[in-house]
Design a protein around this ligand. Structure first.
Ligand code: CTP
Ligand code: MG
Length: 186
C-alpha cells in the first residue's frame, strides 16, 4: 500500500475502507447477536457474569462472517487495492480485522463485568477503542508487514483511526439506537 499518492481526504477514505471490516463487524453483531451467550450464563468468582448476555455466539460468528463479507465486497469493487497481493492474504486480513474487533469487544466486556458494570453500562473510552485496539493488535501479530506498510505512512492513518473512528463509532451506534436495533446509543 502506498498512501503517498493520495490527498489527505482520499487517504482518510482509504483508511476507513481498509478498516471497514473491523468497524462493521460490531454493527453486524448487533443484528445477528442475542443467541447463545458465550459464557453460557456462568458466573466468575466475583459473582458477576463472566461476559454477560451481550456477548453471544450468534453475534461473534455473524459479526465475523459479516465483517469479512464487507471486506470481500470492497476488495472486488476496490480493485484489490488495500489488502495485499492475493486472495488468501486478504481473507486472513478480513478475518483478523473483524474477529479482532469482536474479540476486543469481548475482552472489554470481561473487564467491565469485573468492574461490576452491567450489560450495556457505559464505559466511554473502552467502548470506543476496544475493538480497534484488538483488530490492530491481531494484524500486528499475524500481518505485520501489511499493517506497517500503511499505518505509519504519514500522520493521516493513525489520526483517522484514533481520532475520527470514535466519532464514527458513536455515530453508528446512535443511528442503531434510533432505528431500534441497539439498546443504548453507545
Ligand atoms: N452482540 C452479541 N454478541 C457479540 C457482540 C454483540 O450478541 N459478540 C449483540 C448483543 O445483543 C449486544 C449488542 O450486540 O447487546 C450490542 O453490543 P455491545 O454494545 O457490545 O454489548 P452490550 O449489550 O453493551 O454489553 P457489554 O456491556 O458487555 O458491552
Ligand atoms: Mg455496549
Amino acid at each position: 500500500m502506498d498512501l503517498e499518492s493520495y490527498s489527505t481526504l482520499e487517504c482518510i477514505v482509504v483508511v476507513l475502507l481498509i478498516m471497514a471490516p473491523a468497524y462493521l463487524a460490531n454493527t453486524i453483531a448487533v443484528l445477528t447477536g442475542g443467541r447463545y451467550p458465550i459464557d453460557q450464563g456462568k458466573m466468575y468468582s466475583d459473582g458477576n457474569r463472566i461476559l454477560g448476555d451481550g456477548k453471544t455466539w450468534s453475534g461473534l460468528i455473524g459479526g465475523t462472517i459479516g465483517g469479512m463479507i464487507v471486506g470481500y465486497g470492497l476488495y472486488f469493487v476496490g480493485d484489490q487495492l488495500f489488502w495485499g497481493a492475493n486472495n488468501l492474504t486478504a481473507t486472513l486480513i478480513f478475518f483478523l480485522l473483524s474477529f479482532g474487533a469482536l474479540f476486543g469487544d469481548m475482552t472489554a466486556s470481561f473487564y467491565k463485568r469485573r468492574q461490576n458494570l452491567q450489560r450495556g453500562d457505559k464505559f466511554a473510552i473502552l467502548d470506543m477503542y476496544d475493538f480497534i485496539f484488538m483488530s490492530l493488535l491481531l494484524c500486528f501479530i499475524f500481518q505485520r508487514d501489511w499493517l506497517l506498510s500503511w499505518i505509519l505512512d504519514g500522520w493521516v492513518p493513525l489520526f483517522t483511526i484514533l481520532v475520527l473512528t470514535p466519532f464514527l463509532h458513536r455515530g453508528v451506534n446512535i443511528i442503531g439506537y434510533k432505528i431500534g436495533v441497539k439498546n443504548e446509543p453507545w
